[in-house]
Design a binder for this molecule. Structure first.
Ligand code: PGA
Length: 238
């Protein structure tokens, strides 16, 4: 079984979100994969209604680590569960770029996990790290810093090279095979076991290649924003 997660990022009104969710839900073939849609916060509850009775799960794109309190603008894990979420993306490079650090990511992972959500932890190196030959070391250190010493009932890891996100530049086997190996070794060192997904310019054309390389699913941005391209990816992975 593999995971196919759509990250809608900061796109779509309520009407657009519910239409997209309905089109995907109506158009997907019976699938062995776990399919997850991650709309913006404002659309979560409405999309939950659309997905009710379908095999598609709901996820959020971020979470705050405190359960409640005076934290203007933040949303807790309990609130996400209440809105119908089963998954939450944590530590996406676009959030790290806005200033999120490993300590916050660690707290978010623990809080999400304690609330029963499945965190999707994003890791990945920059182009500078890749060019310097330090990509694998960078990702290993991200994993150790945020995961070491904790246990998680449910956890997914998404390897997303920053230079492949939204660029159309896909990572080839020379990059992903050693990276997958490095991630697996690091997880086993810290005694964790989690499915590892690939993200970064995934399309219907390249999706099955990542699964063949050993990834247990994919995290899709751009190609999850239209029902046709997302459904094509799901079909490609059947
Ligand atoms: P992309 O985004 O598919 O547009 O590259 C992936 C992501 O940000 O998760």
């Amino acid at each position: 079984m593999s995971y196919i997660i759509g990250n809608w990022k900061m796109h779509f009104t309520l009407a657009e979100s519910t239409r997209l969710a309905a089109d995907i839900s109506d158009g997907i073939p019976e699938s062995k994969s776990s399919i997850v849609l991650c709309p913006p916060f404002t659309s979560l509850y409405a999309v939950r209604d659309v997905l009710e009775g379908s095999s598609i799960s709901l996820g959020a794109q971020d979470v705050f680590y405190e359960p409640e309190g005076a934290f203007t603008g933040e949303v807790s894990a309990g609130m996400l569960v209440d809105a119908g979420c089963k998954y939450v993306i944590i530590g996406h490079s676009e959030r790290r770029h806005l200033g999120e650090n490993n300590e916050e990511i660690r707290k978010k992972l623990l809080s999400a996990s304690e609330s029963g959500l499945t965190p999707v932890l994003c890791v990945g190196e920059s182009l500078a790290d890749r060019k310097a030959g330090t990509g694998e070391e960078y990702v290993k250190s991200q994993l150790r810093t945020v995961l070491k010493g904790s246990s998680f009932k449910n956890l997914l890891i998404a390897y997303e090279p920053i230079w492949a996100i939204g660029t159309g530049e896909e990572a080839d086997n020379e990059v992903v095979v050693p990276m997958l190996d490095a991630i697996k070794k690091t997880l086993s060192e810290i005694q964790l076991n989690a499915p590892i997904l690939y993200g970064g310019s995934v399309s219907a054309e390249n999706a099955s290649g990542f699964v063949k390389s050993g990834f247990e699913g994919i995290l899709v941005g751009t190609n999850s924003w239209k029902s046709e391209s997302f459904i094509d990816i799901i079909k490609a992975l059947e």
